[in-house]
Write a protein that binds this ligand. Structure first.
Ligand code: HEM
Length: 286
Protein backbone atom coordinates (compact mmCIF):
# COMPACT_ATOMS: atom_id res chain seq x y z
CA UNK A 1 0.00 0.00 0.00
CA UNK A 2 1.34 3.39 -0.96
CA UNK A 3 1.07 5.71 2.00
CA UNK A 4 3.89 8.20 1.61
CA UNK A 5 5.14 8.36 -1.98
CA UNK A 6 8.23 10.52 -2.10
CA UNK A 7 8.14 13.74 -4.08
CA UNK A 8 11.88 14.27 -3.86
CA UNK A 9 13.77 14.88 -7.11
CA UNK A 10 17.39 15.18 -8.18
CA UNK A 11 19.87 16.50 -7.46
CA UNK A 12 20.38 14.45 -4.33
CA UNK A 13 22.45 16.06 -1.57
CA UNK A 14 24.84 13.07 -1.59
CA UNK A 15 26.22 10.69 -4.18
CA UNK A 16 27.54 7.52 -2.57
CA UNK A 17 28.21 5.54 -5.79
CA UNK A 18 31.84 5.76 -6.90
CA UNK A 19 32.19 2.83 -9.28
CA UNK A 20 34.36 0.95 -6.80
CA UNK A 21 33.57 -2.72 -6.10
CA UNK A 22 30.66 -3.37 -3.72
CA UNK A 23 31.91 -3.79 -0.15
CA UNK A 24 30.32 -3.69 3.32
CA UNK A 25 32.07 -0.81 5.05
CA UNK A 26 31.58 1.44 8.04
CA UNK A 27 32.39 4.45 5.84
CA UNK A 28 32.25 6.80 8.82
CA UNK A 29 33.02 10.49 8.57
CA UNK A 30 33.21 13.11 11.31
CA UNK A 31 29.93 14.98 11.70
CA UNK A 32 30.30 18.76 12.09
CA UNK A 33 28.34 20.05 15.06
CA UNK A 34 25.92 22.09 12.91
CA UNK A 35 25.16 19.23 10.51
CA UNK A 36 23.36 16.71 12.74
CA UNK A 37 19.88 17.33 11.35
CA UNK A 38 18.92 18.36 7.81
CA UNK A 39 15.90 20.53 7.05
CA UNK A 40 14.66 21.02 3.47
CA UNK A 41 11.63 22.05 1.45
CA UNK A 42 9.93 18.68 2.01
CA UNK A 43 9.75 19.21 5.77
CA UNK A 44 6.11 20.10 6.06
CA UNK A 45 4.93 17.29 3.81
CA UNK A 46 7.11 14.65 5.47
CA UNK A 47 6.15 15.74 9.00
CA UNK A 48 2.49 15.55 8.00
CA UNK A 49 3.11 12.04 6.67
CA UNK A 50 4.77 11.13 9.96
CA UNK A 51 1.78 12.52 11.84
CA UNK A 52 -0.59 10.38 9.76
CA UNK A 53 1.46 7.21 10.34
CA UNK A 54 1.72 7.93 14.08
CA UNK A 55 -2.06 8.34 14.23
CA UNK A 56 -3.04 5.34 12.09
CA UNK A 57 -0.37 2.71 12.77
CA UNK A 58 1.51 3.69 15.93
CA UNK A 59 2.61 0.10 16.63
CA UNK A 60 4.38 -0.04 13.27
CA UNK A 61 6.36 3.18 13.68
CA UNK A 62 6.99 3.42 17.45
CA UNK A 63 8.93 1.03 19.67
CA UNK A 64 9.75 1.82 23.27
CA UNK A 65 11.37 -0.51 25.81
CA UNK A 66 10.95 0.06 29.56
CA UNK A 67 13.58 2.21 31.26
CA UNK A 68 14.41 4.40 28.25
CA UNK A 69 12.63 7.55 29.47
CA UNK A 70 15.70 9.51 30.56
CA UNK A 71 17.48 8.92 27.25
CA UNK A 72 14.36 9.81 25.29
CA UNK A 73 13.97 13.07 27.19
CA UNK A 74 17.63 13.93 26.64
CA UNK A 75 17.16 13.31 22.91
CA UNK A 76 14.03 15.46 22.74
CA UNK A 77 15.85 18.37 24.40
CA UNK A 78 18.88 17.94 22.14
CA UNK A 79 16.68 18.08 19.04
CA UNK A 80 14.73 21.14 20.16
CA UNK A 81 18.01 22.91 21.02
CA UNK A 82 19.64 21.93 17.73
CA UNK A 83 16.71 23.12 15.60
CA UNK A 84 16.84 26.48 17.35
CA UNK A 85 20.61 26.83 17.27
CA UNK A 86 21.40 25.54 13.79
CA UNK A 87 18.17 25.91 11.81
CA UNK A 88 16.53 28.97 13.34
CA UNK A 89 13.43 26.93 14.18
CA UNK A 90 11.77 27.64 17.52
CA UNK A 91 9.58 24.59 18.01
CA UNK A 92 7.12 23.44 20.61
CA UNK A 93 3.54 22.28 20.84
CA UNK A 94 3.21 19.99 17.79
CA UNK A 95 3.20 17.10 20.24
CA UNK A 96 0.31 15.20 21.73
CA UNK A 97 0.47 15.07 25.52
CA UNK A 98 0.48 11.29 25.60
CA UNK A 99 3.40 10.97 23.16
CA UNK A 100 6.60 9.33 24.38
CA UNK A 101 9.46 11.87 24.33
CA UNK A 102 11.10 10.16 21.32
CA UNK A 103 7.83 10.54 19.41
CA UNK A 104 7.61 14.21 20.33
CA UNK A 105 11.17 14.57 19.03
CA UNK A 106 10.43 12.62 15.84
CA UNK A 107 7.48 14.89 15.01
CA UNK A 108 9.94 17.79 14.71
CA UNK A 109 12.44 16.39 12.23
CA UNK A 110 12.45 14.59 8.89
CA UNK A 111 14.89 12.06 10.36
CA UNK A 112 13.85 8.73 11.86
CA UNK A 113 15.22 8.30 15.38
CA UNK A 114 16.59 5.28 17.29
CA UNK A 115 18.19 5.17 20.73
CA UNK A 116 20.70 2.61 21.92
CA UNK A 117 21.67 1.95 25.52
CA UNK A 118 24.30 -0.34 26.95
CA UNK A 119 22.54 -3.24 28.63
CA UNK A 120 23.79 -6.67 29.59
CA UNK A 121 27.16 -6.03 27.98
CA UNK A 122 25.81 -5.07 24.56
CA UNK A 123 24.13 -2.11 22.89
CA UNK A 124 20.36 -2.52 22.63
CA UNK A 125 17.81 -0.45 20.79
CA UNK A 126 15.68 0.82 23.66
CA UNK A 127 13.46 3.32 21.86
CA UNK A 128 12.71 4.28 18.28
CA UNK A 129 10.34 6.17 16.05
CA UNK A 130 10.89 5.04 12.46
CA UNK A 131 8.33 6.12 9.86
CA UNK A 132 10.44 5.58 6.74
CA UNK A 133 12.13 2.17 7.15
CA UNK A 134 13.70 0.70 4.01
CA UNK A 135 12.18 -2.79 4.05
CA UNK A 136 12.51 -3.68 7.72
CA UNK A 137 10.14 -4.11 10.63
CA UNK A 138 10.73 -1.99 13.71
CA UNK A 139 8.89 -4.29 16.14
CA UNK A 140 11.40 -7.05 15.31
CA UNK A 141 14.32 -4.79 16.27
CA UNK A 142 13.32 -2.98 19.47
CA UNK A 143 15.04 -4.49 22.51
CA UNK A 144 17.56 -6.26 20.23
CA UNK A 145 21.29 -5.67 20.10
CA UNK A 146 23.30 -4.54 17.09
CA UNK A 147 24.17 -8.00 15.84
CA UNK A 148 20.58 -9.28 16.13
CA UNK A 149 19.29 -6.17 14.35
CA UNK A 150 21.68 -6.85 11.48
CA UNK A 151 20.95 -10.60 11.42
CA UNK A 152 19.46 -10.53 7.89
CA UNK A 153 22.41 -8.57 6.40
CA UNK A 154 24.74 -11.07 4.65
CA UNK A 155 28.36 -10.65 5.68
CA UNK A 156 27.59 -8.12 8.44
CA UNK A 157 28.74 -10.36 11.32
CA UNK A 158 32.11 -11.05 9.66
CA UNK A 159 32.85 -7.63 8.19
CA UNK A 160 31.12 -5.13 10.46
CA UNK A 161 29.93 -6.72 13.72
CA UNK A 162 33.15 -6.12 15.69
CA UNK A 163 33.94 -2.66 14.27
CA UNK A 164 30.40 -1.36 14.85
CA UNK A 165 30.39 -2.62 18.46
CA UNK A 166 33.83 -1.04 19.02
CA UNK A 167 32.60 2.23 17.53
CA UNK A 168 29.63 2.31 19.90
CA UNK A 169 31.95 1.65 22.87
CA UNK A 170 34.27 4.52 22.01
CA UNK A 171 31.89 7.10 20.49
CA UNK A 172 32.57 10.39 22.29
CA UNK A 173 29.78 12.98 22.75
CA UNK A 174 31.95 15.65 21.10
CA UNK A 175 32.80 13.53 18.06
CA UNK A 176 29.60 12.34 16.32
CA UNK A 177 29.87 10.53 12.98
CA UNK A 178 27.81 9.93 9.87
CA UNK A 179 27.63 7.49 6.97
CA UNK A 180 25.59 6.72 3.86
CA UNK A 181 23.71 3.63 2.72
CA UNK A 182 22.09 3.35 -0.70
CA UNK A 183 19.84 1.04 -2.58
CA UNK A 184 17.64 0.76 -5.66
CA UNK A 185 13.96 -0.03 -5.18
CA UNK A 186 10.89 -0.56 -7.31
CA UNK A 187 8.90 2.08 -5.44
CA UNK A 188 9.25 5.68 -4.33
CA UNK A 189 7.29 4.88 -1.18
CA UNK A 190 9.09 6.16 1.94
CA UNK A 191 7.26 3.92 4.43
CA UNK A 192 8.42 0.36 3.71
CA UNK A 193 7.98 -1.67 6.90
CA UNK A 194 7.69 -5.13 5.34
CA UNK A 195 10.89 -7.12 4.77
CA UNK A 196 9.13 -9.78 2.70
CA UNK A 197 9.14 -7.45 -0.28
CA UNK A 198 12.95 -7.49 -0.23
CA UNK A 199 12.89 -10.99 -1.58
CA UNK A 200 12.47 -9.81 -5.13
CA UNK A 201 11.52 -6.47 -6.55
CA UNK A 202 8.90 -6.05 -9.20
CA UNK A 203 10.78 -5.44 -12.43
CA UNK A 204 9.20 -2.54 -14.31
CA UNK A 205 9.20 -2.40 -18.13
CA UNK A 206 10.88 0.97 -17.91
CA UNK A 207 13.88 0.75 -15.57
CA UNK A 208 14.20 4.52 -15.44
CA UNK A 209 11.12 4.53 -13.18
CA UNK A 210 12.99 2.71 -10.41
CA UNK A 211 13.94 4.66 -7.31
CA UNK A 212 17.45 5.41 -6.09
CA UNK A 213 17.34 5.67 -2.30
CA UNK A 214 19.96 7.05 0.07
CA UNK A 215 20.03 6.91 3.84
CA UNK A 216 22.15 9.52 5.61
CA UNK A 217 22.76 8.05 9.05
CA UNK A 218 24.27 9.82 12.04
CA UNK A 219 25.50 8.49 15.38
CA UNK A 220 25.86 10.69 18.40
CA UNK A 221 26.37 9.98 22.10
CA UNK A 222 24.11 11.94 24.45
CA UNK A 223 26.39 13.12 27.27
CA UNK A 224 24.06 12.79 30.29
CA UNK A 225 22.59 9.33 29.84
CA UNK A 226 25.37 7.94 27.62
CA UNK A 227 22.72 6.68 25.21
CA UNK A 228 23.60 6.70 21.50
CA UNK A 229 21.22 8.33 19.06
CA UNK A 230 21.07 6.88 15.53
CA UNK A 231 19.29 9.05 12.98
CA UNK A 232 18.23 7.97 9.51
CA UNK A 233 17.41 10.58 6.91
CA UNK A 234 16.00 9.21 3.65
CA UNK A 235 16.49 10.82 0.25
CA UNK A 236 15.15 9.42 -2.99
CA UNK A 237 15.12 10.25 -6.67
CA UNK A 238 13.72 8.53 -9.78
CA UNK A 239 16.68 6.64 -11.28
CA UNK A 240 16.08 7.97 -14.81
CA UNK A 241 16.00 11.58 -13.63
CA UNK A 242 19.09 11.10 -11.52
CA UNK A 243 20.98 9.73 -14.53
CA UNK A 244 19.79 12.63 -16.69
CA UNK A 245 21.07 15.01 -14.04
CA UNK A 246 24.34 13.14 -13.59
CA UNK A 247 25.21 11.16 -16.75
CA UNK A 248 28.52 9.80 -15.41
CA UNK A 249 26.64 7.94 -12.70
CA UNK A 250 25.45 5.23 -15.13
CA UNK A 251 28.97 3.92 -15.69
CA UNK A 252 29.86 3.99 -11.99
CA UNK A 253 26.62 2.35 -10.93
CA UNK A 254 26.98 -0.43 -13.50
CA UNK A 255 30.60 -1.04 -12.43
CA UNK A 256 29.64 -1.36 -8.77
CA UNK A 257 26.53 -3.46 -9.42
CA UNK A 258 28.61 -5.94 -11.44
CA UNK A 259 30.53 -6.80 -8.26
CA UNK A 260 27.53 -7.47 -5.96
CA UNK A 261 27.54 -11.12 -4.82
CA UNK A 262 24.52 -13.42 -4.94
CA UNK A 263 23.78 -13.28 -1.21
CA UNK A 264 23.75 -9.49 -1.14
CA UNK A 265 21.74 -9.32 -4.38
CA UNK A 266 19.15 -11.68 -2.88
CA UNK A 267 19.01 -9.71 0.39
CA UNK A 268 18.42 -6.49 -1.50
CA UNK A 269 15.80 -8.08 -3.77
CA UNK A 270 18.00 -7.48 -6.81
CA UNK A 271 18.65 -11.06 -7.92
CA UNK A 272 16.37 -10.92 -11.00
CA UNK A 273 16.96 -7.26 -11.62
CA UNK A 274 20.73 -7.02 -11.85
CA UNK A 275 21.42 -8.42 -15.34
CA UNK A 276 18.84 -6.20 -17.03
CA UNK A 277 19.66 -3.18 -14.90
CA UNK A 278 23.38 -3.43 -15.69
CA UNK A 279 22.68 -3.92 -19.41
CA UNK A 280 20.37 -0.90 -19.40
CA UNK A 281 22.90 1.27 -17.57
CA UNK A 282 25.58 0.29 -20.06
CA UNK A 283 23.44 0.84 -23.15
CA UNK A 284 23.75 4.21 -24.89
CA UNK A 285 20.12 5.05 -24.13
CA UNK A 286 20.35 3.91 -20.48
C1 HEM B 1 28.23 2.31 12.07
C2 HEM B 1 27.13 1.64 12.32
C3 HEM B 1 26.39 0.81 11.32
C4 HEM B 1 26.80 0.22 10.17
C5 HEM B 1 28.20 0.25 9.57
C6 HEM B 1 25.65 -0.44 9.58
C7 HEM B 1 25.64 -1.14 8.40
C8 HEM B 1 24.56 -1.69 7.79
C9 HEM B 1 24.54 -2.26 6.48
C10 HEM B 1 25.74 -2.35 5.56
C11 HEM B 1 23.30 -2.69 6.23
C12 HEM B 1 22.81 -3.33 4.94
C13 HEM B 1 22.01 -2.30 4.24
C14 HEM B 1 21.84 -2.46 2.78
O1 HEM B 1 22.85 -2.51 2.08
O2 HEM B 1 20.72 -2.45 2.28
C15 HEM B 1 22.50 -2.40 7.38
C16 HEM B 1 21.17 -2.69 7.51
C17 HEM B 1 20.43 -2.34 8.59
N1 HEM B 1 20.86 -1.60 9.66
FE1 HEM B 1 22.71 -0.95 10.04
N2 HEM B 1 24.57 -0.25 10.38
C18 HEM B 1 24.99 0.50 11.46
C19 HEM B 1 24.22 0.92 12.51
C20 HEM B 1 22.89 0.62 12.63
C21 HEM B 1 22.10 1.01 13.75
C22 HEM B 1 22.58 1.83 14.94
C23 HEM B 1 20.84 0.57 13.51
C24 HEM B 1 19.70 0.78 14.39
C25 HEM B 1 18.48 0.91 14.00
C26 HEM B 1 20.86 -0.14 12.25
C27 HEM B 1 19.78 -0.74 11.66
C28 HEM B 1 19.81 -1.44 10.50
C29 HEM B 1 18.65 -2.14 9.98
C30 HEM B 1 17.28 -2.25 10.63
C31 HEM B 1 19.04 -2.71 8.79
C32 HEM B 1 18.17 -3.57 7.89
C33 HEM B 1 18.22 -4.98 8.46
C34 HEM B 1 17.17 -5.87 7.86
O3 HEM B 1 17.16 -6.02 6.63
O4 HEM B 1 16.39 -6.42 8.64
N3 HEM B 1 22.13 -0.08 11.74
N4 HEM B 1 23.29 -1.77 8.32
Amino acid sequence: MEVVPSEQQPPLPYQPVTGKPWRLTMGLRPLPRHAWLEVDQHRERELTAKGDLLATTPDVVIGVAPGSDAAQRELETAIIDDLAEHHGLEVHSVARVDDAPIVRAARLVQEDLCLFERRGGTWEMTAACVCFPSRWTLSEKVGQNLSAIHGPVPGYAEALGGPVEALFNRLHPDRPVWRLNWTILDTNELHLPTPAARRGLHLPDDLSTMTFRIERQTLRTLPETGAICFTIRTYTAPLGELLADQPALAVDLAATLRTVDVEMATYKGWADLLPSLIAWLESPSG
